[in-house]
Design a protein around this ligand. Structure first.
Ligand SMILES: C[S@@+](CC[C@H](N)C(=O)[O-])C[C@H]1O[C@@H](n2cnc3c(N)ncnc32)[C@H](O)[C@@H]1O
Length: 396
């Protein structure tokens, strides 16, 4: 580790800041800052100090964002190629056996000490989700290290969504190294998949692959519904596990088109595909005789901030209630929430509430969550977002 002789512009925090930052959280909000010395350019490095003058850490600044500084290190060290290499090597070490898989998340932002950067690996390609100006400005030093450590055929960069706008960045998507197909083939649990570079997030949701593999144990002979399916991760696992039939539902035409392609790649024919709003789809079936033996719910985040928790609560209750009603007796409900501002306990309370109204007994078959390559850090609550339950539903 090389230590810089002269520090970077100093940012001094207010006297009464919460212990959150001192206890390991990397974010400094605008209202926690007493003064910024030396007028640093947005995206550049700064050194953060307590009001009493104690060095806290080094990170990058962006005055446009409410999260004005994201700390990269707690030491006065250089943020150079060696630094990024250490971060990648540490992250790979922490993935244990996952590094042998064809597809996994290499870096998960704050949880791996690289705030603002997500890197997913799909076979020999890397897809980067860049969420901050500070990371955007450092891509020139990060990309060569990714090439050196992981030897990819191509690296694709995605900058889109509300976080990018908040950082004052322009939305863009492009190959930054090499090139590759729009649909990148990769394998998960012996199944063929495609990461869609015109699709959502990095092209595929890798966070549910362990939960899907586990759920496939319950598939044999069952008629299943994969609701909010995206390109069909859960349903494909169910078909591999011996499901009798799977219906995939998503409102994204593109996602369903790719799901059809993936089913073909795996030679699955006992399935159908519906482009529909899942809320309307579940409502329309309501009251019909019990149609499914197993239902998967994996909706998008229903609330970005605590202010919308109420509506998220209503949304979760509705889809879970309706699904419970649509299941045959002793059927299985696999239900997820990726809304970070709803805790595991709160999500369980919603399920209990829905179950009470639906007049069912709910037996917990499995509690899942995030896989090792989406690390959860207690000191950084924002890294903990995925809840997953497999419930057996028996009608009273
Ligand atoms: C978290 S993703 C699902 C990921 C998928 N289960 C997987 O493991 O790859 C949520 C999906 O819900 C879809 N979606 C969002 N709102 C919807 C709605 N109201 N009706 C149907 N689909 C919706 C999105 O298009 C997206 O594909």
């Amino acid at each position: 580790m090389s230590v810089t002789k002269n520090g970077f512009p100093r940012v001094v925090l207010k006297k009464d800041i919460k212990r959150r930052i001192l206890n390991g959280h990397p974010w400094v909000y605008d209202n926690e800052i007493e003064r910024i010395e030396g007028n640093p350019e947005d995206g550049s490095l700064v050194d953060v100090y307590t009001f009493a003058g104690q060095f806290i850490g080094r990170g990058y600044i962006n005055r446009l964002s409410r999260i004005t500084i994201r700390l990269l290190t707690r030491r006065p060290e250089e943020i150079d190629s060696d630094f990024w290499k250490r971060k990648i090597v540490d992250a790979l070490r922490n993935r244990y056996h996952f590094v042998k898989e064809d597809a996994f998340r290499v870096l998960f932002g704050e949880a791996d000490g690289v705030p603002g950067l997500i890197v997913d690996k799909f076979s020999s390609y890397l897809v980067l989700q860049v969420n901050t100006l500070g990371i955007y400005k450092r891509l020139e030093s990060i990309v060569p290290v990714l090439i050196e450590t992981l030897n990819p055929t191509g690296i694709f960069v995605i900058m889109e969504g509300s976080s990018v706008q908040k950082e004052g960045l322009k939305e863009e998507k492009h190959w930054i190294f090499g090139s590759g197909p729009e649909l990148i083939p990769f394998e998960v649990n012996g199944l063929k998949f495609l990461a869609d570079l015109r699709g959502q997030k990095t092209g595929a949701f890798l966070d549910q692959r362990e939960n899907a593999r586990m759920l496939s144990n319950f598939a044999q002979g069952r008629v299943c519904l994969d609701c909010f399916s995206y390109t069909g991760n859960f349903g494909m696992h169910l078909l591999k596990g011996g499901a009798k039939f799977v219906t995939f539902v998503d409102y994204s035409e593109r996602a369903i088109e790719v799901a059809r392609e993936i089913a073909k790649l795996n030679n699955f024919t006992n399935c159908d595909f519906v482009i529909a709003n899942a809320f309307d789809f579940l409502k329309k079936l309501y009251g019909e005789s019990k149609l499914f033996d197993l239902i998967v719910l994996d909706p998008p985040s229903f609330a970005k901030s605590a202010a919308n928790r109420e509506s998220a609560y209503k949304g979760y209750k509705e889809i879970n209630y309706r699904s419970m009603k649509l299941l045959r007796n002793d059927g299985i409900l696999a239900t997820s929430s990726c809304t970070q501002v709803i805790s595991q306990q709160e999500f369980e309370n919603i399920l209990i509430d829905a179950g009470t109204d639906a007049r069912v007994i709910m037996r917990i078959l499995h509690r899942g969550g995030q896989p090792l390559d989406h690390p959860q850090v207690y000191n950084i609550l924002e890294t903990m977002y995925l809840k997953f339950f497999v419930l057996q539903i028996s009608h009273l």
